[in-house]
Design a binder for this molecule. Sequence first.
Ligand code: PEP
Length: 251
Amino acid sequence: MSDRPYYIAGNWKMHKTRSQAAELAGALVTQLKDGKHKYLVAPSFTLLETVAPILKGTNIRLGAQNCAAEEQGAHTGEVSVLQLKDLEVQTVILGHSERRHIYHEDDALINKKLRLALQHGFEVILCVGELLEEREAGKAEQVCETQTVKGLEGVAAGDLGRIVIAYEPVWAIGTGKTATPEDADAIHAFVRKVLAKLYGQAAADKILIQYGGSVKPENAAQLMAKENIDGALVGGAALKADTFVPIAKFA
Ligand code: PEP
């Protein structure tokens, strides 16, 4: 077992109204107050102001699902790190597969956002992961290496304490298909090797690597038992306390 803490994060995606978000955040605060791990929820931008005061002073961090690559200016429809900071957001999720594949964000753009977010003091969860056809073509490692290396370009070793990697095989997101714990662990170990090449083994050993892709109460413990899996980024099952809390308190 590593001495890295577990980090369980919920990505609410484009779900919930303000009252629904307040209800879920309140339930999580109550039910996770004795939780032993690190926690985060990432609601939509429009819900951040509602959820922030509910999470303040608790063991659940407030995350955003994206940010703009520029600090401010003529960028219609974008949300800047300055605005997120103003809402007391602590963490930004970047490079989620839906941003990469639906909204065509490439590694250079994700890297620009990541460096800006770090510069403004945020923790960043950098998502990496291969498409089904890339896995079937034997390219899973190559894709994860490229996304990790390019995503972290220009990041100083001193900022690594605010970097978390989430390995999310795209074919497992929202599909009900989970990578086996063995397959996920193999990619996590590989990503850690990539991090060691970039920053040295000691630094790489400290970086948390979450798994994401149809994590549920029924499979969380088996995934978390693996040496290189340090937590989860949860989508669908994060939308209800009944399913998120058992994952967050996996035994
Ligand atoms: C995600 O969106 O990051 C995710 C892993 O979704 P799901 O848990 O629904 O597969």
